[in-house]
Design a binder for this molecule. Structure first.
Ligand code: G3I
Length: 450
């Protein structure tokens, strides 16, 4: 790692740089003893084995107020526009890396990791690509992935290989685009090309409106990642853009979403966080949700000051236009400092299960709760109905030993519980004795309204 001459290596800075170097080497940082409270977002996140980053615009690197905050607070950067296809290949086979290289150089000189954004996307395509289709487009896209990933080999820790390929709305399917029309396998083809070009970069799928676990779009992406893992398509991570209240609110089941994807065997990242009017609670909750999931490796906000934001009129970031810390900044820093360090090898939270909501029915989402040596808790939240019956099955020899906030009945085996609402709310819970099986987790079989 290069450290520029201006950087004074204080003990805290040394800890940060050590942590960043360890992260770059793919290690989970373990902090022994009582960690000191970090005084910046990046330092505090590094103490928890995470990164805290920001989108960066090359055009702002000459603004000293901007770079002062960038260098002080963040240990990861994502070029906001400079690595997109229209920027890096403005004419076919003529590559242009000037602005992206400037950001990468700045990051490397200041001990920050780089997320490459993005190799294949339906938007911000150069005009030559917009007019293409079929195998010509497929080959051009794969050539782009190969050339760009090769250029940045060794400098980019993670690539958003494919961005925003799923449709909004209820279907959970792919977004129509010129890339999608080249064949449904275009995403895995892009991932394989990226792996071949830069075998050491972590390869991510990145999208928005995938934060609410019960949304069809979230489930669609989940099924794709599950399929990729089962078939050996090289995918290492999933990015949750998390542009909140720009069409979707921060959902209370966000942690369930993160832990469910993590349980597929991928890291999860919060990649483009901004929240309309920067509410303290939502920023704190997002931070705590990431810290609660061992494989949530870091948070990137989508810009530094409100004036740098793509939606600056909503003041969604952690610093105001004058570069002063906002209340949301204090909340995030406090959450980072209060958070726990996941021990190396901590098992990922088991996947909660969700029933798809057929019309006239309800949805039940299970969230893992406290775990002891011999038992664990699960809570289930029902939406879509005020009275309901949720069927939950467990795996023998596990046994449900207690329940709360519902009226249970059992089948003859004792492995299938039907929990009915009893007027105490939409969330019920239960304790399961492991009885020697510490890995199985309950499945939600159905949710019936009425
Ligand atoms: O640089 C030109 C400038 O020369 C020109 O005068 C001006 C006129 O409109 O446009 C400038 O380019 C703009 C560019 O941002 C840089 O500011 C583009 O028009 C504008 O479309 C572009 O917007 C970017 C947007 O992606 C494009 O889709 C935003 O900055 C960027 O924050 C945003 O980022 C996306 C992520 O990549 C993916 N997820 C959603 C996120 C927000 O939309």
């Amino acid at each position: 790692m290069t450290v520029n001459a201006k950087t004074r290596v204080t003990p805290r800075r040394a800890l940060l740089l050590g942590a960043v170097a360890a992260l770059a080497a793919g290690m989970v940082v373990g902090v022994t003893g009582a960690a000191q409270a970090g005084t910046t977002l990046g330092a505090s996140a590094a103490e928890k084995g995470r990164f805290f980053g920001t989108a960066v615009a090359a055009g702002r690197l000459g603004d000293s107020a901007y770079t002062t905050i960038l260098n002080r607070e963040f240990n990861q950067v994502t070029p906001e526009n400079e690595m997109k296809t229209d920027a890096t290949e403005p004419q076919q086979n003529q590559f242009s890396y000037g602005n992206a290289d400037r950001i990468v150089a700045h990051a490397r000189a200041n001990g920050m990791q780089v997320r490459g954004h993005t190799l294949a996307w339906h938007a911000q395509q150069p005009s030559w690509m917009q007019g293409m289709s079929g195998s010509t487009l497929r080959n051009a896209m794969l050539n782009h992935v190969t050339q760009v990933a090769t250029h940045f080999r060794g400098q980019v820790a993670w690539w958003d290989v494919v961005n925003e390929a799923f449709a909004d709305g209820g279907g959970g399917g792919r977004r129509d685009s010129n890339l999608q029309r080249t064949g449904n396998d275009w995403i895995e083809a892009a991932f394989r090309a990226a792996r071949a070009a830069d075998p050491n970069a972590q390869l991510c799928y990145n999208d928005y409106n995938t934060d609410n676990w019960t949304d069809a779009k979230t489930q669609g992406v989940y099924r794709m990642v599950q399929d990729f893992k089962q078939r050996g398509v090289p995918i290492d991570c999933v990015g949750f853009q998390s542009h909140f209240t720009g069409g979707s609110n921060y959902p209370s089941n966000y942690r369930t979403t993160l832990s469910s994807f993590a349980a597929l065997g991928v890291d999860v990242h919060i990649t483009e966080l901004d929240i309309r009017n920067a509410p303290v609670d939502a920023y704190r909750n997002v931070t705590n949700d990431c810290l609660a999931v061992a494989r949530c490796k870091g948070i990137t906000v989508w810009g530094i000051r409100d004036s740098d934001s793509w939606r600056s009129s909503e003041s969604p970031l952690l610093f105001n236009g004058s570069g002063q810390k906002k209340s949301a900044y204090d909340a995030v820093l406090a959450a980072l400092n209060n958070g726990t360090t996941p021990p190396t090898g901590t098992p990922t939270t088991p996947p909660p299960t969700t029933t798809p909501p057929p019309s006239g029915s309800c949805t039940a989402s299970a969230t893992p709760g406290q775990v002891w040596g011999d038992r664990y808790n699960t809570s289930v939240t029902v939406s879509g109905a005020s009275t309901w019956a949720v069927v939950v099955s467990i795996t023998s020899p596990q046994k449900i030993s207690s329940t709360w906030s519902g009226s249970p009945t059992w089948d003859g085996s004792g492995l299938v519980m039907t929990m009915r609402s009893n007027g105490s709310g939409d969330t019920f819970g239960f304790t399961t004795m492991m009885n020697g099986n510490s890995s199985a987790r309950p499945q939600i079989v159905s949710c019936t309204a009425g």
